[in-house]
Design a protein around this ligand. Sequence first.
Ligand code: PMV
Length: 324
Amino acid sequence: MKRRVGTGAAPGKVILFGEHAVVYGRPAIAAALGTGLGATVEADATGPVLRIPAWGRGGQQVRLESAGGSFESISRAFAVALTQVGLISAEARQVAVTVDGGIPPGVGLGSSAAFSVAVLRALFDYAGHPASPQTVLAAAMEMERVFHGTPSGLDHTIVTHGGCARFQRGQAPTFESTFESLPVGRPLTLVVSWSPRELTTRGVVARLRERRERYPLPFERLFDAIGEVTREGQVALSNGDLEQLGLLFDHNHGLLSALGVSTLANEQLVSLSRRGGAYGAKLTGAGGGGAVLALMPEERCSSLVSTFEREGFKAFATTIEATP
Ligand code: PMV
């Protein structure tokens, strides 16, 4: 018996260490944000309809195969979600899904993963099928493939489990990823700032893949170095050593610049962060524009947020709580 309303939610995320290298089998560390997306599903005879008012998509009727422009991957991912939940027939698809919340789209804060997991949870709830985390993870991976091409799986895994965790993509022969919750010795106060992206995650990852295929050795060396920074970051995180974490943020950012994924805008955000008193700063997510993280002494956060706003950027302060 179907329920009339289904609901689901999922947080956004920040990658603290290891983006890009994680696609090539090195470890990464990410943390769920305190803010995210919520989804509500209701019966609607005109469905399937997807509404994302916060992203400027009032009540667009999703045409599953033919939506154009920037809506295309969202609507294709939505179609995948309906299928994954078993809503196959035209009648079963008579639903309206509304997504709302505080994650800006496409800047590296896990918007596509939060969208995927929140929508899946709401659809499973609506359909009256209890879904295990493994079921949600497998279905979200299919949606993330639509958004990102060859995702490592880090984003939707952290967004499904929450907390702060280390993720390593599975390698041959089993391809089983590992995911381990990590202790955080001291709360981390972060200022997250962003500029619009010049390329999508899919585009940045694809460009890096091409360059790495042409010049495997220098890129493998950079991935190894990022892996090493991530391992040291895990220790500093557990010890609550903010100074060392800041230094490692800076090193990780330098290595990401060397990979070629940082833009002028990313560099400007990193530099404003450092001048604003950060222990350290790095881009987070795919780069090509998008978000930058500054690890901050708490008392300097609000002045840094004001600086970003004065310079025409968006920013907010957030805390990753300590966990045993
Ligand atoms: O920018 P985001 O939030 O889509 O994160 C991408 C992270 C990468 O490591 C660059 C890609 C991946 O699949 O892990």
